[in-house]
Design a protein around this ligand. Structure first.
Ligand code: DGT
Ligand code: CA
Ligand code: CA
Length: 572
């Protein structure tokens, strides 16, 4: 079995973490992080590519020595360099370092001064008042550390998997299982398309359950068999992901899918409703007395309960059952409704492909337009554009637009919102563009009041179209900036501005709850990928999934419109 992209990226990031604790130079540390990011952005398996080191060297951010390391991991599943580093430090130092309050240098101080080696020990020392005595820490930092530990509820590193990580690990397993098990589907939070999943739940039906279970536990990637029974088994894969399987008879497949797709609160509410009508619902079917009424498909289960079919993304007991009773479920957005991407980067800044390559890939995807939205000069780390450079790109786009038939490259920018709420580029140049998306990349720690005011002020600029990754959070890494979302949504609606659903699976920003809120407030949204490579354009499916979880339909999203109609919507 090839080593997964995520495992390779994890190893490189781990090396970078240790090098940071050791205080090595930034350039060297970043070379590992950039390589890891490149690998996560690939749609093909880097292990397979690594059979020829030259192939990986052709990827951006991967030089000769990095290619050697990747090849070593692909071959052995390990990196000797990392094993050596691990011996120098206790492993859980990495968990501490991930706390936003700390970072590598402070982690090192805590380790050397107080011998703190784990998040548990950190919590204890903070509670006992030991940390505030260290130079540069103080009472406020101590409180923030405790708050952050609580917020992320660190469970010894057993974090939830991001949807795309789980996807990369489970899809090959599914292909393998299909060889022996007739009907098999993924249920649980994965099927409901939650942004992260705790584990994977599979439901299957087949003639020979025993043989199917043997096949399941024998999968090459299985590290531990947690349980192995006739109808249910559980394993942990090498990548750390737990997979549960449940096998039932064909006639109960629908009932089992419904039960194990959950969510628990949804199925509990269904059962309660059924009971009021003297029905009994369980994972085998629906019964009235001894009589079995349904169970083969989910559709007939809902039908027998007097409900419209409820799509998995809506099964959270957030009003979907009541809506289904009244035939009032929303028509949900579909992936194919998206007509173009409104947030992408190219070579001109920190993207990995040229303008032409990106445009061609977007057209291949069946889009009728896509917007190039580079960073502005404030984001110097990514080579953000100044006015001159942006003008040059505008001309390039004009040229390319002349050549591309039935496809439009939208001239855009991802301009930074400065601390005082002004934009990082003057109106003179913004007015030359079709689309201005605005984002915060600096001064993320302002007070709620100041942060909100900053965004509202920016929206007063007549060229402001879309607020990109509105909260700035990174899943499992950092919470978003403090701001008043109600207020921001209200102003957006008043000013004819839109909010983005950033589909990058590390961000998913807005999240499902915010999306639902936007729907209630009548704010329209754009779903974009923030693609930094051709491969990243595929991320759009994650944004669409969250929009569906937020009950959105085609009309709630601006980039389901033709360019002609979208252009009107962008006029303020
Ligand atoms: P996760 O794994 O934390 O992301 O979330 P889920 O929803 O996948 O939860 P999980 O894996 O614990 O269980 C899968 C499904 O099985 C869950 O959505 C509903 C069903 N289920 C599990 N435990 C119970 C239970 O105690 N009662 C009921 N009614 N259903 C349960
Ligand atoms: Ca699960
Ligand atoms: Ca489970």
């Amino acid at each position: 079995m090839p080593v997964h992209n995520k495992e390779i990226a994890d190893i490189l990031n781990e090396v970078a973490d240790y090098l940071e604790i050791k205080g090595k130079n930034e350039y060297r540390i970043n070379s590992y992080r950039n390589a890891a990011r490149t690998i996560l952005g690939l749609s093909e398996s880097i292990s397979k590519m690594a059979e020829d080191e030259k192939d990986i060297q052709s990827l951006s951010d991967i030089g000769e020595s990095m290619a050697k390391k990747i090849a070593e991991i692909a071959r052995t599943g390990k990196l000797k360099q990392l094993e050596k580093l691990k011996k120098q430090f206790p492993g859980s130092l990495r968990d501490i370092m991930k706390l936003e309050q700390l970072g590598p240098q402070r982690t090192k101080i805590l380790y050397e001064e107080l011998n703190i080696e784990s998040v548990e020990e950190l919590k204890k020392a903070a509670t006992e008042g030991k940390i505030k005595k260290l130079e540069g820490f103080g009472e406020k930092t101590t409180q923030n550390i405790l708050k952050e530990i609580k917020q992320f509820s660190y469970k010894g590193g057993s974090q939830r998997f991001k949807l795309h990580e789980a996807e990369e690990i489970i899809q090959p397993m599914l292909r393998y299982l299909e060889k022996e098990i007739d009907d098999i589907t993924i249920a649980g939070s994965y099927r409901r398309m939650k942004e992260t999943v705790g584990d994977i739940d599979l439901v299957g039906a087949g003639k020979d359950a025993q043989k199917a279970m043997e096949h399941f536990v024998k999968y090459d990637e299985v590290q531990d068999v947690l349980s192995h029974g006739e109808s249910r088994s559980s394993v942990r894969l090498r990548a750390g992901l737990q997979v549960d399987i449940r096998l039932v008879k064909k006639k109960s497949l629908g009932a089992a899918k419904l039960y194990f797709t959950g969510s628990k609160v949804h199925t509990v509410a269904l059962r309660k409703m059924a009971k009021e009508n003297n029905y009994k619902v369980n994972e085998y079917g629906i019964y009235k007395g001894k009589k079995r009424l349904a169970g083969k498909t989910e559709k007939e289960m809902y039908e027998k309960l007097g409900l419209q079919y409820i799509k998995p993304e809506l099964r959270e007991n957030m009003g979907e059952i009541e809506a289904a009773q009244k035939d009032k479920l929303p028509g949900l957005l579909k992936l194919k409704n998206i007509k173009g991407d409104l947030h992408t980067h190219t070579h001109a800044t920190d993207g990995k492909n040229s303008l032409k390559e990106m445009a061609e890939a977007a057209r291949e995807k069946g889009y009728s337009y896509f917007a190039v939205t580079e960073h502005s000069k404030k984001v110097s780390m990514a080579g953000g554009l100044d006015e001159k450079e942006l003008e040059k790109q505008i001309r390039e786009i004009d040229e390319l637009n002349k050549k591309m038939k039935n496809f439009k490259i939208i001239k855009g920018i991802e301009v930074d919102i400065l601390e005082d709420g002004t934009l990082d580029l003057p109106d003179d140049i913004l007015k030359e563009l079709d689309l201005v998306i605005c984002a915060i990349h600096y001064n993320m720690k302002l007070s709620k009041k100041k942060q909100t005011r900053r965004i509202l002020k920016a929206m007063e600029n007549p060229y402001f179209n879309i607020l990109a990754h509105p909260t700035g959070r990174m899943i499992n890494k950092r919470s978003g900036y403090d701001m008043d979302m109600d207020e921001v949504m209200k102003e957006a609606a008043d000013h004819g501005c839109y909010l983005e659903i950033n589909s990058n699976p590390d961000r998913i920003d807005l999240n499902d709850k915010h999306i639902r809120k936007a729907r209630e407030k009548g704010v329209k949204l754009a779903i974009s990928t923030d693609a930094h490579s051709i491969g990243n354009l595929e991320y759009i499916k994650y944004g669409v999934a969250q929009a569906r979880r937020g009950w959105l339909g085609k009309d709630d999203i601006i980039n389901t419109r033709s360019w002609k109609d979208l252009k009107e919507l962008l006029k303020r």
